[in-house]
Each structure stands twice: as structure tokens, then as C-alpha cells.
Design a protein around this ligand. Sequence first.
Ligand SMILES: O=C/C=C/C(C(=O)O)=C(/O)C(=O)O
Ligand SMILES: [Fe+2]
Length: 283
Amino acid sequence: MIELKDVAYARLGTPDLEDAESFATSCLGLQVAKRSGKALHLRSDNRAHTLCYYNGDPSEQTLGFEIADKDKLSSAATTLESIGHPVHVGTDSDCAVRKVKAFIGFKDPSGNSIELVVRPERLGRRYFPTRDAGITGFSHVGLNSTNPRRDEAFWTKVCNARVSDRIGDIALMRVNAIHHTVALAPAAGPGIQHINHQVQSNDDVLRSYYHLSEQRVPIVFGPGRHPTSGARFLYFKGPDGMVFEYSVGVDEIEDEATHRPRQFGFEPSSLCMWGSKSQRMAR
Ligand SMILES: O=C/C=C/C(C(=O)O)=C(/O)C(=O)O
Ligand SMILES: [Fe+2]
């Protein structure tokens, strides 16, 4: 079993790094950790980076997950190869770019690019953005799935994810106490469906709603409240169509041993208990 500890970072190709930087700093509220002609590393919490934009095609989207150590990394590689997921080992220079000690990359059953990383760097310096969006950290992703039942089996049987809730057949899965780290999203092909950052308070969600609306950032869902995790949320569109979410108040699963996934109907009220309608979410 591959034991994921947490989601570590997202890497997104973009044709326009300048536009990505302007959005990430003035709209989303991340801090530039490092900028080169080819890549932009951004912080959202005490980690060295949690989002990287690099010169590339926007269809290139990769998610990194932290695992415990190098031994666990090599057994993960063996497991993945044995079930038909070819693995590549990150070079020293690729590790340096990601600020990790080691990593492997592979494709999940839907073709999503996944990296498993060991010892992602943290910094002593605080995350200190130029826009105060109230972000407390990178927390979860929506991940495209061409077959949610098959992909739930991959994430829960090959990896250690546990289903916290389902909407229809779509699983919201945790790898630690937080309600979900990966939410599957039915789609025709691979990709990251949305990138979530937690914020401190309801005020932050609503303040951002007005700030982003004024900046003419397309709001695609919310403000609203998810009945699944209980979180208050706002979804909006960034560069190359990527959807970002702020949310606050995501439940934690108190008793790992006794938690049973709840089944929600596949209908709008399962996505928002206040009545907000999604303009873009496939779910
Ligand atoms: O559409 C349902 C979304 C549920 C949640 C939640 O319960 O917090 C998400 O954050 C999500 O998957 O985006
Ligand atoms: Fe979300």
C-alpha cells in the first residue's frame, strides 16, 4: 500500500508566466518564492513552494504527494510497476527544482501525472504574501477522472486514501484527518479540476468575492457552503482556465476507525446547501 501523507504541490504549464505571476500575487494571494525566466515558484504556507508555473503547455498538469521516506518510495515504485504503471525516477536537477530529496513520477489510471516526493522543503521564514487573502495553506485538489469507480479503487486500494463522502459515485477522499485531499471529478480526460487553498475565516471568503469580482476574475461557483465537508467556499478562474477554490471550515474526521462515508445524491443541493449554482464544475 502506498501511504500518501499529504498533497505537496501542483505544477502547471503556461504560455504566459507574467500573467500567471500577476494572477497568483494580486488575485490569488500567493507569495513568490523564486522566479526565473522559465518558472515561478509560489508559497501558500510554511512549505518552500506549493504551486509552480513553468513555461509549457497548459495541458501539462502534475500533482505531487508527500510520502514518508526513500524506502517507501522504492516500494511504491515496485508496486506501481507491478500493476502496469511505468515509473520514472526524478533526476537530481528535477529534485532540486522541486526542493525535494527524491521523487518518482507515474500516470494514474485516468492518465493524470502524479509525483510521489520525499522530504519536501519547509522554510523558517513565514509565508508573507503581498495580498492578504487570509490563506492558511494549499489543502486539496479536484482531480479529473475518466472512470470514478475505477479511480476510487486505485486511490483507496493501491494507495491509502479513504472515502469520506460520495456525491453519486464520486468520491471525496482523505489521506490524513482532513475531510478530503483528492476529490474525483468526472471528465473526458486527465487534468486538475480545481486547486484549493484554505483561508482563515468566512470574512476572507466574502472579502475575496468582492475583491476578485472587482478585478474581473470570473467567479464560477459560490459564495456557498458544501454539505459534504461543511466548508464555506468560493471558486474562480485563473490563467489558462484553471479553477481555484478558497474554503474555510473543512471538517476533520475525528474517528478514523468508525467513520462511514455518507452518500449524497448527485444533485445541486449536494454541492451547495445555500443554493449557489456551479457554472463550471462537472459535478
Ligand atoms: O461539489 C462538492 C464539493 C465538495 C467539497 C467539499 O466538501 O469541501 C470540495 O471542496 C470539493 O470537492 O471541491
Ligand atoms: Fe474543493
